[in-house]
Ligand binder design. Structure first.
Ligand code: F6P
Length: 327
């Protein structure tokens, strides 16, 4: 390999996700394994602007594979959205002799990486770190599996009280405008339905559900809802039920940030470890402006432009599984 890269910077940006630490560890160890220096950049792009950076050795990332959150901290940095902010970030890279970046984050973070890489010709490789599973070109993102398990365990608990009181529950989960967390956690927890943005655009899922008599012989119902203006969110749906279908005893549970915490699942740790090694390989092979993805259990490289294009569609097969298994 003939790369000129002698030192890389690694940062986590946007919403934290379980497995980000496993990714930082893997990136650090893979780089050092290949004779490349590593610098940890704190608080996402903000650290590139303020110069909060420290040299990482192999033991800087010891005992973190099992920890949720990110030891590098994270932020959504408004300054990096401006050309002036990005110029300061580039100057910091030059001063710190950082030749390339590994950015671990979601949609917004990779959008920022794409702009920065094009503006200053900086080699950047991205790792998809987000519980939302909303990036195109990868079957899953780092953190998604853990969040799914956390939601499933919470829904199992809500089911106990829903059944005892014979209530209809709307359980709101994260995902922004992507319904994967709601849909797959509905399947995994045996919920009756999922109300997700991808479908809400086309039809009124709430009235469809109720008019099709979705409770049938059941005395309680659990409906997973993606937080989103498109679905209206759990509170708005519950308000509608109270006025339009007053026969239901309805309650709401918004799971919130607990979905982002906790020790990463084995699947997320392995995914993050594989992607971290692949990121360094990609940089050494002079790949740039790509996100590492996983497709059919193989590592793939997705140009940033495609990864962030919001082309990702919801799976019809999963929708059907939920429809059939909840009768
Ligand atoms: O992108 C990850 C995510 O957890 C989304 O699901 C959610 O909409 C958002 O971040 C919440 O962001 P914050 O932590 O800034 O409230």
């Amino acid at each position: 390999m003939t790369s000129n890269i002698k030192c890389i910077g690694v940062l986590t940006s946007g919403g934290d996700a379980p497995g980000m630490n496993a990714a930082i560890r893997s990136v650090t160890r893979a780089a050092i394994f290949d004779g490349i220096r590593v610098k940890g950049i704190y608080r996402g792009y903000k650290g590139l602007i303020t110069g909060e950076i420290s040299e990482f050795k192999t033991n800087s990332v010891s005992n973190i594979i099992q920890q949720g959150g990110t030891i590098l901290k994270t932020a959504r940095c408004a300054e990096f959205l401006t050309p002036e902010g990005r110029k300061v970030a580039y100057e910091t890279m030059q001063r710190e002799e950082i030749d390339a970046l590994v950015v671990i984050g979601g949609d917004g973070s990779l959008t920022g990486a794409n702009i920065f890489a094009n503006e200053f010709d900086v080699p950047i490789v991205g790792l998809p770190g987000t519980i939302d599973n909303d990036l195109y070109g990868t079957d899953v993102t780092i953190g998604y599996d853990t969040a799914l398990n956390t939601i499933m365990q919470s829904v199992d608990k809500i089911r106990d009280t829903a059944t005892s009181h014979e209530r209809l529950f709307f359980i709101e989960v994260m995902g922004r405008n992507c319904g994967y967390l709601a849909l797959n956690s509905a399947i995994a927890s045996g919920a009756e339905a999922a109300i997700i943005p991808e479908i809400s655009i086309e039809k009124d899922q709430l009235s469809d559900l109720i008019e099709q008599g979705f409770r049938k012989s059941k005395n309680s119902s659990l409906v997973l809802v993606t937080e989103s203006e498109i679905t209206g969110g759990a509170l708005k749906l519950a308000e509608r039920v109270k006025t339009e279908y007053p026969q239901y005893d309805v309650r709401v549970s918004i799971l919130g940030h607990l979905q982002r915490g906790g020790s990463p699942s084995a699947q997320d740790r392995i995914l993050a470890s594989r992607m971290g090694v692949a990121a360094i390989r990609a940089l050494l092979e002079d790949q740039r402006n790509v996100m590492i993805g996983i497709h059919e259990n193989e590592i793939v490289y997705i140009p940033f432009k495609r990864a962030i294009k919001k082309e990702r569609e919801i799976s019809d097969e999963l929708l059907e599984v939920l429809r059939i298994s909840s009768i």
